[in-house]
Design a protein around this ligand. Structure first.
Ligand code: CUA
Length: 338
């Protein structure tokens, strides 16, 4: 009996000490969404249970090693103990119910954070190798950074153009895959204004680690201001020269991730001096870079590949861009001819 009490006290002390320490070292980044509140609560509960299980195993072992160590000059065998049915039943049934209880908590939490709420703001998120694009269908806006108003539930509709990506902002806690050919939903209700980073959390190729986007959570007034500003810019660009419209298309589609504008080497031919140039192709022939060639390279990028490049141009732009947008883009590329 003395030993039972001793070991229980020992385990309780380790549990409390370890649990308090793990609680104090901030394992998680700052919390910035309403969905993260039950998730963090559940996470911390797991941590406390882990502290207890660690103490249970290590406590029994350390206590036995120290208290029941061999006495000096004792060369006899230890007592022979063969199993304990009652103990085995207890240590099977108890964890089983603990696991069931955690499964129940998981289902309740998942249901809680995925259920719709009123007045949701829909943002369509498109992942591609290796960019994020955000469309706001309510306003007809597109952006390369995710701007959100604080205190409102955002319904993110995620998809991908090529391979599986994964939408993850650590401060929001929730996470969802972006799968080609599917639209996956994720709800986030930002609670703190500030700038966060969206990271791709699914290994998706060479630049996976750099597939980032800024997430700005702003006050509703600032958000409205941003919307007005963007709409104004679109109206201005549409009324303005084709060159500016083309520049906007290039920014949204991420052209400059591969095509440089200053002649420096990139993953694809630089746009500086490209228009009007004779390019050598992989099949040994040459081609004059004119409107027709650029149009074909956008719509069917595998058809004529410039020698020295690996055919990394995505095939999606033909579907994503209108004829007018392609014409604007060609105008923009032409402006870099020498
Ligand atoms: Cu996209 Cu990793």
């Amino acid at each position: 009996m003395k030993h039972i009490i001793g070991v229980i006290v020992f385990i309780a002390v380790i549990t409390v000490a370890l649990g308090t320490w793990l609680d104090s070292i901030n394992l998680l980044p700052p919390l910035a969404s309403a969905e993260g509140i039950p998730i963090d609560w559940l996470f911390n509960l797991h941590i406390q249970v882990i502290a207890f299980l660690f103490a249970l195993i290590m406590g029994f072992m350390l206590y036995s090693v120290v208290v029941f160590r061999r006495k000096k000059d004792d060369t006899g065998d230890g007592a022979f103990i063969h199993g304990n049915a009652a103990l085995e039943i207890v240590w099977t049934i108890v964890p089983l119910f603990v696991v069931f209880y955690f499964a129940y908590l998981g289902v309740v939490t998942l249901n809680d954070i995925t259920s719709p709420s009123r007045n949701e703001l829909v943002v369509e998120v498109t992942g591609s190798q290796w960019n994020w694009r955000f469309d706001y269908p309510e306003y007809g806006l597109s952006s390369t950074e995710l701007n959100l108003p604080v205190g409102r539930t955002i319904l993110l509709k995620l998809t991908s153009i090529d391979v599986i990506h994964d939408f993850w902002v650590p401060e929001f806690r929730v996470k969802q895959d972006a799968v080609p050919g599917m639209v996956k939903e994720l709800r986030v209700s930002p609670t703190e204004t500030g700038t966060y980073k969206l990271r791709c959390a699914e290994l998706c190729g060479l630049d996976h680690a750099y597939m980032l986007a800024d997430v700005n959570v702003m006050s509703p007034a600032e958000y409205d201001e941003w919307i007005d500003q963007e709409l104004e810019e679109i109206a201005k660009a549409e009324a303005g020269p084709a060159l500016e419209r083309g520049q906007r298309v290039a920014e949204l589609m991420g052209c400059q991730d591969c095509h440089t504008l200053d002649g420096s080497p990139g993953k694809a031919p630089t746009w500086l001096g490209l228009y009007g140039k004779e390019e050598a192709l992989t099949d040994g022939s040459t081609v004059l870079v004119d409107d027709e060639y650029i149009r074909r390279s956008i719509v069917d990028p595998g058809a004529q590949i410039v020698d020295g490049f690996g055919g990394t141009m995505p095939a999606r732009f033909g579907d994503e861009l209108s004829e007018e947008q392609i014409a604007d883009l060609i105008e923009y590329i032409e402006s870099f001819s020498e």
